[in-house]
Every structure is written in C-alpha cells, then in structure tokens.
Design a protein around this ligand. Structure first.
Ligand SMILES: [Zn+2]
Length: 344
C-alpha cells in the first residue's frame, strides 16, 4: 500500500488540440469519422501558427503534469506552420518540466509539397538530436511514395514511426498498404479496424489504445486484449489524465468482456514506460494511499497528483507547477484560443 507511483506516460497525444475546447460548432454536424476530421480537426490544424502551437503545448504539458503524467508521446500536425514546430513543442514541454517525444504527422492532404515539408521537419528535428519519432498522419491521407519515404527515414535514423492505423473504416486499407514497411519500433495508434488475429508483422508493434477517443469518434472498439504485442494507453489529445484513461480503458474492456481485470488495464498503462523509460524513475505522490493498487484505483474517483518529481527535480508541489505560473499559462492559452477561433 502506498501513495506514490512512477510518472505516468501518455502513449499517444496531440498537444496541438489543447486549444480546441470551446471552438465554434462546425457548419454542419459531422455524421461520420471522416466528417469529424474534415469539419473539426482539419479546419483547426490548418489555422495554427507557431505562437498558438507554443501555448497549446504549454497548456497540454501543464495539464499533464497536474495529472501526474510526466511523459507525452506527441503526434503533431499544423500544415501552415511546419518548420520549427517540433522545437516549439519540445521547448514548451521542457519549460513546464514534462518529457516529450515529438513527431510531425506527414500527409499529402496539402499536396506533395506539404508532405515533403513534413518529412523534412521530422528529419531536421531528429538529426539535431531531438527526442522523437517519424510521424505519419495515416495511410489514407498519404501516397505510397510518402509512406515509403517516411518509413525509410525512420529506418535510417533508427527512430520508429508513430502513425494512426485503421482508426476508422476509411483507413481499413492501411494494414495492406503499410504491411511491407511496418517494423517492431512503430507505434500504431488506434488499430480499431486492423484484422484479428493481428497479422504477424503488426503483432510486434506497440498499439496505442485510445479508449475514450475511439468512443467519442464512434469508430468502434480496438479490442486491446486481442493484441499480441505491447499495448499502451493514449488520450489522442483529450488531455493527459492517464488515471482516467486507465479507468475508461478498463470499463470499456469490461463492456466487451466481463472477465477483464483492473490489473490487465493497469498493465497497459505501465507499458508506457517502455516508450519513455526515464519516466519510470519520475515520482508522483497522489492524494490517495492506495495509488499502487489497480483494483482500488479503478473505482476511486478524484485521485489527484500532489507532488511530482521529474529527473530528481520537483516540478509539481502541492498540486501547483513549480516552473511556470499556471494561471499565466491558462490566460495566454485562452488568448491564443481566441485568435485561433477567429481564423476558423
Ligand atoms: Zn491521434
């Protein structure tokens, strides 16, 4: 029995979406996953500039820290401000005191030049020593040439690929198109429509299971218990409260199979440490003296992070960030959100 754990890891995040809450309703109510992308996320990401990306990342990192999450595996998109964007995200997280693995989600949605610039941003950032992976948005928004180039770059740099795979039915062709490229150092986000049993090469990748996001987008259940490889939990941009993601992943699994235990869902959360091993040495002190007991945590609401140490330094003290002024971060982020909404 104890009130501390290592730092938690969000295995799939979109820090750029932290400003999205409160955005004006889209012109039409989206009725499919593709329409949700087109009418919400693809209108939002194209409107982002570097200043918005910076404060979005500051807010997302702050909120992660306040939830005891000390490491974020981020997947970024912002086609109007590609160059330097990964540095901006990486610096914002460092300022707050949260670890981050960055990538830029390459896509042909904005033509071959957009894809080329996205690839270059991944390469520039990684070659300069940045911590991260090569990002691909999703196979259904990329040409075969772009998929080959991104996978090849990841192979050359030994970085791995972070990619959305078969999140919705629209991307059900992804396993076939990526099958000759996939490698064991890839993070496969969602994987809802990947066939089961999972094809051999995919079985060696890491599935980032985003239970709440999948429910929110109505894309179906990813069946993480039938994934033979590693499973981690991701928020897909809906904050980084990983205790909450754990609870949702647990009840969603129970709905599908009532024999699932909290221990299995907790193991998914713990696998996050394989993505960012240093986070295992971070410490979180919680407002609950059974924070190391998955059975208790699954049914205890309102457990809060009180103190957090990252790399030996205290970055949260009695629930307050020590390196940044949380009120100022929220105010600046709100200011940038207003600018963003005006552009939509
Ligand atoms: Zn995602």
């Amino acid at each position: 029995m104890g009130d501390t754990t290592p730092g938690l890891v969000c295995g799939h995040h979109h820090l750029y979406s932290a400003l999205a809450r409160g955005m004006p309703a889209p012109p039409r109510t989206p009725s499919t996953f593709t329409e949700i992308l087109e009418q919400i996320w693809w209108r939002l990401d194209v409107a982002l500039d570097l200043e918005m990306i910076r404060w979005s990342a500051m807010l997302g990192a702050l909120e992660a820290l306040e939830c005891g999450t000390t490491a974020i595996v981020d997947h970024h998109e912002g086609p109007s401000a590609i160059e330097g964007s990964l540095d901006v995200i990486s610096q914002a997280c460092a300022e707050v005191g949260v670890r981050v693995r960055c990538c830029y989600g390459v896509t042909d949605r904005h033509g071959p030049d957009g894809a080329r610039r996205g690839l270059l941003e991944n390469e520039r950032f990684l070659r300069a020593g940045g911590a991260g992976m090569v990002g691909i948005h999703a196979a259904f928004t990329c040409t075969d040439e772009t998929l080959e180039a991104a996978a090849g770059l990841a192979r050359d740099l030994g970085a791995g690929v972070h990619v959305h795979v078969a999140e919705g039915e629209v991307d059900a062709g992804a396993p076939a198109r990526l099958g000759h490229l996939v490698a064991d150092d890839w993070i496969v986000a969602h994987g809802v429509h990947l066939p089961r049993p999972v094809p051999p090469k995919w079985a060696e990748t890491t599935l980032a299971h985003c239970a709440r996001s999948n429910m929110n987008n109505g894309v179906g259940y990813a069946r993480p218990r039938s994934w033979p490889g590693r499973v981690v939990l991701g928020s897909d941009g809906i904050g980084a409260d990983m205790l909450e993601e754990y609870r949702i992943a647990y009840v969603r699994a129970r709905e599908h199979d009532v024999f699932t235990t909290p221990v299995e869902a907790w193991a998914w959360l713990e696998e996050g440490w394989t993505l960012v091993p240093e986070s295992r040495s971070d410490r979180v002190r919680w407002s609950y003296d059974r924070a190391d007991d998955p059975w208790c945590l699954a049914f205890t609401p309102g457990v809060r992070a009180l103190d957090v140490w990252v790399d030996g330094a205290q970055v949260l003290a009695s629930g307050a960030a020590t390196r940044v002024d949380s009120a100022e971060v929220r105010a600046r982020a709100a200011e940038q959100a207003r600018r963003l909404f005006e552009r939509l």
